[in-house]
Design a protein around this ligand. Sequence first.
Ligand code: FE2
Length: 261
Amino acid sequence: MNNTFWNLLFIGDVVAQAGCDKLKAALPALKREKQIDICIANGENSAQGNGMTPDSAEQLFSAGVDFITGGNHTFRRREIYDYLDNSLSVCRPANYKSDCPGRGFAVLDKGFVRVGVVNVLGTVYLEPLRNPFDCVDEAIAALSDEADFIVVDFHAEATSEKLAMGYYLDGRVAAVVGTHTHVQTADAQILENGTAYITDLGMTGPKRSVLGVTPELAIEKMRTQMPVRFQNPPGECCLQGLLVQIDKRTRRAVSVEPISL
Ligand code: FE2
């Protein structure tokens, strides 16, 4: 382990069994090559079909993921509810009511470092949930004494809302990473007060797809405007995310490297 930095890898939305398989095949070598200390993945679409199940979550952990974040599909599968309540290494968006299953933020304790992880949903073009800016303020207040540094998975549709969140949290957290839109953006950067930022991490799943869905099915739905049962296509998969190097002294980001395999 490096004495000066922590290496944090944040992996974009893992989609379906194909995404889980890609992660299991590629992550161990990537972690060795990049000397990853902490690995967090968005798993809200990791189950076959949609949502997340205990089985798909366990597949992410067995691939080498330390912590799983969620999004607008986290509650789609009932079988995940008890798992969300019982696992301290999984979050669902903090904007949901406190009596919904699971938690919106948590401390990932790796022994050598305690990482505060916050998961929050955007509300532009998504459900009218609690204001995400208020939610992150509350989460940071609750985590700041317990964690060495904090990272935020902002699961949102609108680029503007994600950028605004990045600037809002600059200097208060080590990283703000966007998820949900599944296409890796070319704006990975360190903001002026030391917060790593990317509008979207990208996806871990089928390459020839529309956000993981077979293109022909997505086209049919958009052309006909009729309900279509989505499926994931066979074929080659990508693994995408962002590597963030965090200074152990300042607890702020010093470098970012987009990952796309
Ligand atoms: Fe999503």
